[in-house]
Ligand binder design. Sequence first.
Ligand SMILES: NCc1[nH]cc(CCC(=O)O)c1CC(=O)O
Length: 307
Amino acid sequence: MTHRPLKLGTRRSPLAMAQAEEARDRLLAAHPGLAVEIVPVTASGDRVTGSLADAGGKALWTKELDAWLLAGTIDFAVHSAKDVETIRPDGIAIAAVLPREDVRDVLVGVASLSDLPPGARIGTSAPRRAALALHQRPDCEVVTFRGNIQTRLAKLAAGEADATLLALAGLNRTGQSTVGTPLDPGTWIPAPGQGCIAIECRADDEATRATLAAIDDAVSNEALHAERRLLAALGGNCHSPVAAVSDRHGDTITLRAALFSPDGQQRVDGSLTFPARDADGPAALAADLLARAAPAIAEHFAGPQGD
Ligand SMILES: NCc1[nH]cc(CCC(=O)O)c1CC(=O)O
């Protein structure tokens, strides 16, 4: 039996293309005879030169692919889960999550933040990374570093900063696993969803949902779900410095999270263990963190959003 090819929408960056190819290869292995066509798009987020948060936030990574999905131009879209907004447009659903890569951030440029000279420049545009770096090195200056992995490494090489921070997942997936020094995820907690690949389709497209279900990794999906529920319950936006990661033990998830003031001086940590797929655990952790957060932290979080 021959099928029309399923159209897979993706951004064009080397990481996005590697993730799209991984999704395609897993689908072809799970469904012999299936045809998948990769359809790349240049996202608004790839054109923005200043601060992403000021230009429209995470939605800039997905809005073209969201529109193509809803219009039926593509059948599904492959995203870094970290870049997918907490509240999705009606009619779009995460249908599968691929096995999570390493969750850790790496430091690039120096072996340790303590090796940086006084007043050194740290290149990042992520509020979480800025806060974590400034917490340890309040004397340092954070300079805006946007663009894909290659662009940021080129900026570092050109001397625009003395160090930068990247996700090891992205480096591994683009064959650059030797770049940088991994940071301890016990204290340097990663971003919610880091290392997960989220595959989205139209919520009412039962046929595509069933096809994608074959490549869903339940453990990664449940971890991502817990981290996204926490974000929804915190009501943060892309300016809000938040770190969260799930650790799996049998049928339970331990969710660890931290909220920061943007200058990194205030930090509140918490963790909670609950059954996998429990929606109330992440919300309870969010409420606990917000209740203990200093005003300089809490002002960046609006509390529970959506349902
Ligand atoms: N915002 C960019 C982005 N989105 C996902 C990744 C890396 C891959 C991942 O975290 O899954 C990156 C680059 C980075 O943070 O180094």
